[in-house]
Design a protein around this ligand. Sequence first.
Ligand code: HMG
Ligand code: MG
Length: 304
Amino acid sequence: GLPERVTIYEVGPRDGLQNEQALVPLETKATFVRRLVAAGLPVVEATSFVHPKWVPQLADAAELVALLETDDQLGDRARDLTVLVPNERGLDRALELGMRHVAIFGSATETFAAKNLNRTLSTQMEMFEPTVARAREAGLDVRAYVSMCFGDPWEGPVPIEQVVTAGRQLLDLGASQLSLGDTIGVGTAGHVTALVEAFAEAGVGPERLALHFHDTYGQALSNVQAGLRAGVTTYDASAGGLGGCPYAVSATGNLATEDLVWLLDGLGIEHGVDLGALVATSAWMAGELGRPSPSAVVRALGAD
Ligand code: HMG
Ligand code: MG
C-alpha cells in the first residue's frame, strides 16, 4: 500500500528563487519563508551559502537568516531552516550563523559537475568529504542531493548504475538523506521505480531517499505516485512551482507544492500543510514576481 504520511520538503525560497533574474528584496524573501513555515511546511530550505557570483540572487543568505532569527515568528527556529553548502567555505558561513541543517549537492554526471560546481565527478567528492565531516563533528544534520538522476541536457539519458554510485558515495560521507533530483524533468514513472529498486539492491532503502522532481515534461505527479508505491516518504516541492537551476539547460519549474498537496489530499496521505495558506502565499509571491504561477492548483484556487 501507499504510505500514510509523507514529509514535504519545501525548496521554494532556495530552488524557486535562485534562478530569478531580478533581485528579490530581502524583506520579500523573509516574508516568503515565514508564510511557508506558518502554512505548516515542516522543512523549508531557505537559501544557499554558495559563491555569490555563481548565484547572485542568494548572495544575501546571511542577511536573510539574521533577519529571520530576530523576528517574533521564527526566532531561534530560523537555525532549523535548511541551507545549501557546496564546500567548507559555505559550511563556515552556515556555522557562523548557527545553522543546524545543511545540504550538499553533487552531480551524477561529469558535465553537470563541471557546470554547477567547477569540479569533476571525483573532485566533487573531495570537496564534499571534509565539508560533511566537519558538519557532522559540529553536530549538524546533512542532506545530500544528487542531480541529473534521469537525464542530462548535455549527456542524454543517465545510466542507473552511475546514479547509484554517486548517491552511495554521498551517503557514505555521512549524509542522513539522499534526494534524487530529476533536474530537467525528463523522468517517467517506470524509471523512478527502477531507480528506487536499484538503490534498495545497493543497500539504500526508500526510507533514506527523497525525490526531487521538476515538471518540465509534465511528469512530476506521475513520478511522485511511482515513488509512493516504491515506499519513498519525502518529496521536495517548490511553492507555486517556482524555480530551476541556473546551470542546467531547460531546468524549468519544480513540482509545485500545491499540486503535490492536492494529490496527497486525494490519496488520503497526511502531510500537515494548510493548502489555503499555501495557495495564498504563492499567489502573493506571483504578484511580487510579476507573473502568474505555473502551478495548476494555484491558478485554480488562487484567483480570488
Ligand atoms: P570555484 O570557482 O571552483 O571556487 O567554485 P573555489 O573553490 O576555486 O574558490 C574560489 C573563491 O571563491 C575563493 O575566494 C573562495 O573563498 C570563494 P578567494 O580565495 O579567491 O578570494 N568561495 C566562496 N565564497 C563564498 N561562499 C562559498 C564559496 N566557495 C568558494 N561557498 C563553487 C566552486 C562550488 C563555490 C561554485 O561552483 C558554486 O558556488 N556553485 C554553486 C552553484 C549552485 O548554487 N547551483 C544551484 C544549486 S544546485 C541545484 O539547483 C540542483 C538541486 O535543486 C537538485 C536538482 O534539481 O537536481 C539541488
Ligand atoms: Mg532542483
